[in-house]
Design a protein around this ligand. Structure first.
Ligand SMILES: [Mg+2]
Length: 183
């Protein structure tokens, strides 16, 4: 399977250390744009700094792997205190390989986190690691989001995890729903 997704989340901050432990994941390869921050926004999205701190405290290794250019990635990575691989050319394997080597973890303990089917999802599957999909940040009523939803929905799991019963968007119906299930 080239587009296999281990689990889908409303937001990166809905990924909990408990879920990662249950899935045997000890290291995350993180996308930036529309995952940790809005596209080209120098600031992380709401709750991301706190989420990163929690993950670090729980011993989760993390590294940014982004297709964006050097300065964008370097400045963001330094702001949140993470190592990075820029201009990574996802879905190709090289960036993932560098990240895995730097983290010193075997593939079965790694997961990629990202919002794009043709880069993050395909890349994780080509590199044969787990994939945690996050719905893209930004305006979910926008035309672009709706077009993406229609194209991508056959590949996105029906169940989208959302901590604390917040409202998520059902990727298949585009209706707001509330999930409380846990992995
Ligand atoms: Mg992205």
């Amino acid at each position: 399977m080239l587009f296999s997704i281990t689990a889908a989340f409303n937001s990166v901050t809905d990924i909990s250390p408990e879920m990662l432990a249950r899935l045997g994941i000890r290291g995350l390869i993180l996308d930036i744009d529309n995952t940790l921050a809005r596209h080209n926004d120098p600031q992380p999205a709401d709750g991301v700094v706190e989420w990163l701190e929690t993950m670090k405290e729980c011993g989760i290794r993390m590294i940014i792997v982004s297709n964006n250019f050097y300065l964008r990635v370097k400045l963001f990575a330094e702001l949140v205190g993470l190592e990075y691989v820029c201009d990574s050319k996802k879905p190709f394997k090289k960036g993932y390989r560098i990240a895995a080597m730097r983290m010193g973890l075997p593939k079965h303990a790694l997961a990629a986190v990202g919002d794009q089917l043709l880069t993050d999802v395909l890349g994780a599957n080509l590199f044969k690691i787990k994939m945690l999909y996050t719905l893209p940040l930004g305006n979910r009523n926008s035309r672009m989001f709706r077009i993406r939803s229609v194209i991508e929905s056959p590949f996105i799991p029906k169940k989208i995890y959302c901590r604390g019963g917040k409202t998520a968007v059902d990727h298949h119906t585009l209706k707001a729903i509330t999930y409380k299930e846990r992995l």
